[in-house]
Write a protein of this length. Structure first.
Length: 331
């Protein structure tokens, strides 16, 4: 079910009686977001002694989220993933972010993009099961699309279609192929007007299940995934979109031996790297959870998200003080 999202702001006590939030939106707007104040629709006569600071723009015009399926943080340097390490050097990052329990692909990606723990989003299966429908929650794609922003998904596993309804994605492509091929197909028909894009690289997970996590075979495809990332960044540069884009690179889970899904640190620990528009270069001290990804994307785009989300924006990445910790979705 879709909703129409409206953004509101306040000007201290002057709006207390001038404006009211409409009923029936289904959302509780957050009034404490520290960086973005949407445009006021009311007309006010201000006292001559009161000055109003101009409304700031959202930190980013576009958000691009890349999930490298099964990427353990300790594999980044082993591969090596030079393009990703360069993003880390110029962005905000942590190599000790946490995914959900159970650390499985579809539930974890649903949490990543809905801001909710599995107990709330209800996606407890990990295969493509069309009869199960779609996650029956308000996710970042619902919010962005309802706000009139172009939304795009390019995924390497068909089951990720069940994260959000087709009506919330303007472009959806399932490409059952290697990471380099996914980016090749994306750049050949690049949606230059995108405002929210999610890209999923599947190959690292495939090779982990076949040969083992941190095996030479898996590290070799991680090197290729990094090449695909480099091609994506080059496309953004060529189109003049890089500076206005917030790029988040993360993973749904790690792995050990030839499996994942447990509560072991090898399965639960993921990287989280943010670079580009609005980001301050630093190693994050915040304990980042995968549910924070959706909230961070919403904050960067100036979108209000539901109060029931377990995730919160990673404010530290923007050089802002953290308001509270996000909910831990672990055993």
């Amino acid at each position: 079910m879709k909703i129409q999202i409206r953004l509101f702001s306040s000007l201290a006590f002057l709006l207390l009686f001038a404006c009211q939030i409409p009923n029936g939106t289904g959302l509780t707007p957050r009034t404490s977001t520290p960086s973005f104040t949407p445009t006021v629709t009311a007309t006010l006569t201000l006292p001559p002694t009161l000055t109003v600071t101009p409304t700031p723009a959202p930190p980013a015009r576009r958000v691009l989220i890349l999930s490298i399926d099964g990427l353990r943080p300790d594999a980044i340097q082993l591969a090596p993933m030079q393009n990703l390490m360069t993003l880390m050097e110029n962005g905000a990052y942590t190599l000790s972010a946490r995914t959900i329990y159970p650390s499985a692909t579809l539930p974890a990606h649903t949490s990543m993009l809905s801001g909710l723990c599995p107990s709330k989003h209800g996606v407890n299966w990990n295969d493509y099961i069309p009869e199960n429908g779609y996650a029956n929650v308000i996710d970042i794609f619902d919010i962005a699309h309802a706000a009139g922003l172009q939304t795009v998904m390019y995924v390497g596993k068909e089951k990720l279609r069940q994260i959000t309804e087709p009506s919330s994605t303007d472009v959806f492509e399932y490409i059952n192929d290697r990471d380099l091929v996914i980016i090749e197909k994306l750049t050949s028909n690049f949606p230059a007007d995108f405002r929210l894009m999610f890209i999923h690289f599947p190959t690292t997970d495939w090779m982990g299940h076949e040969y083992g996590w941190l095996s030479s075979e898996q590290l070799s495809v991680l090197f290729r995934a990094d090449q695909a990332l480099g091609n994506l960044l080059a496309e953004l540069d060529a189109r003049g979109l890089r500076e206005e884009t917030l790029i988040i690179v993360t993973a749904d889970h790690g792995g050990h031996d030839t499996t994942h899904g447990s509560s072991l640190p090898e399965d639960m620990t993921i990287p989280w790297i943010a670079a580009g528009a609005g980001i301050q270069p630093l190693q994050l001290s915040t304990q980042v959870q995968t549910v924070d990804t959706a909230a961070t994307a919403a904050f960067a785009l100036g979108l209000t998200f539901p109060a029931e989300w377990d995730g919160v924006p990673v404010y530290e990445a923007f050089g802002l003080p953290a308001e509270k910790q996000s909910q831990t979705c672990t055993k």
